[in-house]
Design a protein around this ligand. Structure first.
Ligand code: NAP
Length: 279
């Protein structure tokens, strides 16, 4: 197989960093981008541990700053595979999340991803080949109380990706969605923010917040190894076949998606709220 050149966004940690290493191990040339190069040490040490420094090129890219894209792209070799991975999770209750906060979430998880994809598409189209892998989430298919900014951004990504996949297929470009459940990465710590008004004690939704935090704490021990997602990303990159659009991954994800589609919404929310609030 011809050596693939892969560009990844948000490679300073989590899935992006592990996918960069996994892809280099499998013989790809990786361009690992991150918004803050001071965070590159962990990736650099993993590369040197596996003696792959020459296969991973680290570059600076903040997906919310498209003005810098043309200069960056001029310096790159042709890219075969784009992995849109950068993202963060914003929580908060619908009534309390300001429009600015919603926009902030969308700037990275949705508009940033569109801008990066648009920057790479002309060259892929001209070469009549390419692969784009968008890292979505189970939150792209299922709504959760207290997580509307993140859920909405990932639902938007899912819809946009369906359109993109059909539009670029005639140009020989494949598009995939990966939909992870809960995995142990920094998204649960440094990658998480909560809308300001949902943080205050006097919020009328405080009872919800307590229940959600309790559920999250209970579930934390079950979060899975992010290497599972990194390996799936690498498998998709190495696959020669144009596969399906969606790749749910993680414990219980496929079952949750199946049940959500099968059970009437009224029943679904009844079960969900009973589990969360006990009533
Ligand atoms: N972990 C999970 O359970 C889970 C589940 C479903 C989906 N996902 C998705 O998986 C993707 C990767 O997340 P992760 O779990 O690996 O968490 P992570 O370790 O926090 O990685 C996210 C990366 O995105 C980067 N990033 C954030 N904003 C950026 C921007 N404007 N420009 C460029 N990079 C930016 C972060 O960089 P900084 O360090 O500079 O902030 C970080 O390196 C995200 O799209 C997330 O929504 C994760």
């Amino acid at each position: 197989m011809e050596k693939q050149t892969v560009f990844i966004t948000g490679s300073a940690s989590g899935f992006g960093m592990l996918a960069a290493v996994e892809l280099a191990k499998r013989g790809c040339q990786v361009i690992a981008s991150m918004r803050n190069l001071e965070k590159a040490e962990k990736l650099k040490s993993l590369c040197s541990m596996h003696q792959m420094e020459d296969r991973v090129n680290i570059v600076q890219l903040d997906v919310t700053r498209p003005n810098g894209f043309p200069d960056l792209l001029n310096d790159l070799p042709p890219v075969d595979i784009l992995i849109n991975n950068a993202g963060f999770a914003m929580g908060g209750f619908c009534e309390e999340v300001s429009l600015e906060e919603y926009k902030e979430q969308f700037e990275t998880n949705f508009f940033g991803l569109i801008a990066v994809t648009q920057a790479f598409l002309p060259a892929m189209r001209a070469r009549k080949k390419g692969t784009i892998i968008n890292i979505s989430s189970i939150s792209g298919k299922v709504g959760f109380p207290g997580l509307s900014p993140y859920v909405a951004s990932k639902h938007a990504l899912e819809g946009w990706t369906e359109c993109l996949r059909m539009e670029v297929k005639p140009f020989g470009i494949d598009v995939f969605l990966i939909e992870p459940g809960s995995f142990k990465t920094s998204i649960w710590s440094t990658g998480k923010t909560i809308a300001r008004n949902s943080l205050v004690e006097s919020s009328p939704y405080s009872f919800f917040k307590k229940a959600i935090l309790h559920e999250l704490e209970k579930g934390e021990a079950k979060y899975e190894d992010p290497q599972i997602v990194a390996s799936l990303i690498a498998d998709l990159c190495m696959s020669k076949e144009a596969g399906r659009l969606r790749y749910p991954v993680g414990k219980g994800v496929k079952t949750t998606l199946f049940l959500k589609n099968m059970i009437p919404w009224k029943k679904w929310e009844q079960i969900f709220l009973k589990k969360l609030l006990g009533k």
